[in-house]
Design a protein around this ligand. Structure first.
Ligand SMILES: [Zn+2]
Length: 257
């Protein structure tokens, strides 16, 4: 599978060269989208990714740096197929989202755009609950609760991390976590790849947490101030700590897992 890093910045003010969190995982003929920060579909389209291969969009939580580009992603899919009719789309768009109020608000916004946002393909949403989200024969995605939004006064969990199982490999997407230990249940066995946020914790914390874990490759994304402000020193530290087993991801980067 290929991982396309569309946005690699934590939820900061605008930064040169980096937009907010989004990755696209390409497997077979499908593209699975994880988080949809600002400009994610713009970046993907200009990278040459076919937005009509996007069937499932999985959101970790509905903070703006993870959903700011969701409306544009849905709008661009419609633009490419429904408006420019030479691109037929036989599929369906299914969004997995922890907060249905955010979904309803977004759809209200979209329905008041061009053409009432009418589509000749289904667009639907599923509320994320802990457990297997789907297993479509190409990819299986499992959600686990994390404590990133534990401060919110609700009995519902609104923030999740994800395990992807695909092509015999295991890839963990941290989303934003309360503590790295939220990932324990996903990392108690070997995983081929870990996309880990450094927005709330530094490289030292990531090293300390992953030291006794069995991880093929670590991808630093949702990057925070340490990497943003001192990229050369951060890279040197990562080389020292992890050797070739970790990389700082950049917008527009594609890696094969
Ligand atoms: Zn975030």
């Amino acid at each position: 599978m290929k991982i396309h890093f569309l946005g690699t910045c934590a939820g900061t003010e605008p930064m040169p060269g980096r937009k907010h969190a989004a990755i696209a995982v390409e497997a077979g003929e499908q593209i699975y989208w994880f988080d949809a920060g600002e400009g994610c579909s713009y970046t993907a389209h200009l990278m040459g990714l076919d937005l009509l291969k996007v069937g499932k969009i999985i959101i970790s939580h509905t903070h703006m740096d993870h959903v700011g580009g969701l409306g544009n992603l849905l709008w661009n899919i419609r633009k490419i197929t429904a408006v420019r009719r030479q691109n037929p789309f036989q599929g369906a768009v299914e969004v997995y989202i922890p907060n249905m109020e955010s979904w309803e608000g977004l759809m209200l916004l979209l329905r008041n755009t061009e053409g009432g946002f009418r589509t000749n393909y289904p667009v639907s949403a599923v509320q994320v609950e802990e457990g297997v989200l789907f297993d479509d024969g190409v990819m299986k995605v499992t959600a686990i609760k994390n404590r990133h939004m534990a401060h919110v006064e609700t009995d519902r969990c609104l923030s999740y991390s994800y395990l992807m199982e695909c092509e015999g490999k295991r890839l963990v997407y941290s989303g934003d976590v309360g503590k790295y230990e939220d990932l324990d249940v996903l990392l108690n066995e070997y995983c081929d790849g870990l996309v880990i946020e450094t927005g709330h914790f530094g490289i030292d914390a990531a090293r300390q947490y992953t030291a006794d874990k069995y991880i093929g490759k670590i991808f630093f994304s949702h990057n925070g101030r340490e990497i943003l402000n001192t990229p050369i020193a951060a890279q040197e530290k990562i080389n020292r700590y992890f050797g070739n087993n970790a990389i700082i991801c950049e917008d527009g980067m594609t890696v094969e897992l």
